[in-house]
Design a protein around this ligand. Structure first.
Ligand code: ADP
Ligand code: MG
Length: 240
């Protein structure tokens, strides 16, 4: 579903991706781990066309990702994104936040959008909060609304960029639980995370990035339990 082949990306003179390659098959969960500044967010942004890249290629659903192509908006609709900061509309209810995309981006009727949005809010455990304002929710609840909002656009895959990093520790679990449910239901996911336990349980594959390169990738058990590269071993010693 997502194929990244020898991608290079520069910001000015600085090369931040130095030939990154990996693939994500339909229904797979791939976790990207690595130190701050290693290029994890940049890869996600390249996958959904928020950033250009200079060399190599990225294909999503057999379409080459080119941020200057007019079809990029269609492609972005296929690939959802969940960020560290949830950015809900503060003056709209929880339900309206989720319905916004289906109505204004996908042109669905209110009735259809409302029905699915309510179902999705139930899926993320917030059936009783549909009329609340974002500010009345905890960070974990807001992030779950953000996930429902992304799902409402019926993406083929979702990219998560440190979805629990801005949360108080006691709220991390409820968001990971929702992500586990999505994984179990077969959602294709690329997840940048520092939650190694989650990666170990849920990821089909883990890619360890360092300095703009994937130093090591493979099954979660092997990369996290028995890493071969000194840089992976070093990193895991510090985060585990
Ligand atoms: P990570 O998500 O792994 O922490 P990023 O992908 O955010 O890393 O960043 C990789 C490198 O690219 C870092 O050195 C960062 O400073 C640099 N970088 C990211 N975005 C920009 C930008 N818009 N302009 C210049 N440099 C950037
Ligand atoms: Mg990042």
């Amino acid at each position: 579903m997502i194929k990244i082949n020898e991608v290079h990306k520069r910001f000015g003179n600085i090369e931040v991706l130095k030939g990154v390659s990996f693939e994500v098959n339909k229904g797979e969960v791939v976790c990207l781990i690595g130190p701050s500044g290693s290029g994890k967010s940049t890869i996600l942004r390249c996958i959904n066309g928020l950033e250009t890249y200079e060399e190599g290629d990225i294909h999503v659903l057999d379409q080459r990702v080119n941020s200057r192509d007019k079809r990029i908006n269609d492609l972005r609709r296929q690939i959802g994104m969940v960020f560290q900061r949830f950015n809900l509309f503060p003056h709209r209810s929880v339900l309206e936040n989720v319905m916004e995309g289906p109505i204004h981006v996908n042109g669905e009727s209110r009735a259809v959008a409302e029905k699915r949005s309510k179902d999705l809010l139930a899926l993320v455990g917030l059936a009783d909060k549909i009329n609340a304002w974002p500010a009345q929710l905890s960070g974990g609840q807001q992030q779950r609304v953000a996930i429902a909002r992304t799902l409402a656009l019926q993406p083929q895959a979702i990219l998560f960029d440190e979805p629990t990093s801005a949360l108080d520790p006691e709220l991390v679990g409820e968001v990971l639980q929702v992500m586990r449910t999505l994984a179990r239901e077969g959602m294709t996911m690329v997840v940048v995370t520092h939650e190694m336990q989650f990666a170990r349980e849920v990821a089909d594959r883990v890619c360890f990035l360092h300095g703009g390169l994937i130093v090591e990738q493979g099954p979660a058990d092997r990369i996290l339990g028995n890493p071969q590269e000194p840089r992976t071993q070093d990193f895991l010693k510090r985060v585990l």
